[in-house]
Ligand binder design. Structure first.
Ligand SMILES: [Zn+2]
Length: 187
């Protein structure tokens, strides 16, 4: 607990990982009953823990069918991803990393939680090379809700809804559009 009686980051992390021991576990659960702000932090932490578990499960699945060297490359990539997640977590306003890849046809490409900054990771393979692309986010009605660059700063936190992320060339040509659902994550 910190000086104001709230949970510190390590306590939240242990609790998310189901690694809290007594008497800490009881103290944490008691505090969570009373404190919405710490409950919120635990929810955010749970999202990260789940995505790390998924990444780990994917590595195991990948190792079974890929030759050894491919498994190593995947592990390395996953390690970089986890390092990124850990880096992001250490910030006060932890952005949520959203990978937007091209899929067949139209539809929703990704999901993200509401109310957190979004670190957009856009698949730019096959696009004309550029040091920086222009990015625009619009809501379902086509109203612009955020603009930025890729690579660049995280997108601002948005309320739940369906959004479209548009990627433009530096000259302003629309290159790609990705659908993004913001709201409660499907487990
Ligand atoms: Zn608290």
């Amino acid at each position: 607990m910190d000086v104001e009686g709230h949970l510190v980051e390590e306590e939240i992390e242990r609790y998310s990982l189901a690694a809290s021991a007594e008497p800490e576990l009881s103290q944490v659960e008691e505090h969570l009953l009373l404190c919405a702000s710490c409950r919120k932090k635990v929810e955010t932490s749970d999202v990260y823990v789940n995505s790390m578990r998924r990444a780990a499960a994917q590595i195991r699945a990948e190792e079974k069918r890929a030759p050894r060297w491919a498994g190593m490359a995947f592990l390395l990539a996953a390690a970089v991803l986890l390092a990124g997640v850990i880096l992001i977590r250490s910030n006060a306003t932890a952005p949520f990393a959203v990978s937007l890849a091209v899929t067949r046809g139209v539809g929703i490409n990704a999901q993200a939680p509401a109310g957190v900054p979004l670190a957009l990771q856009l698949d730019v393979t096959g696009l004309p090379a550029a040091a920086s692309y222009r990015v625009e986010m619009v809501d379902r009605a086509g109203k612009q809700v955020w603009t930025g660059t890729f690579p660049g700063r995280p997108a601002k936190p948005l309320p739940a809804g369906i959004y479209f992320v548009r990627l433009y060339s530096p000259a302003g040509d629309l290159l790609r559009e990705y659908g993004l659902e913001i709201g409660p994550l499907l487990k």
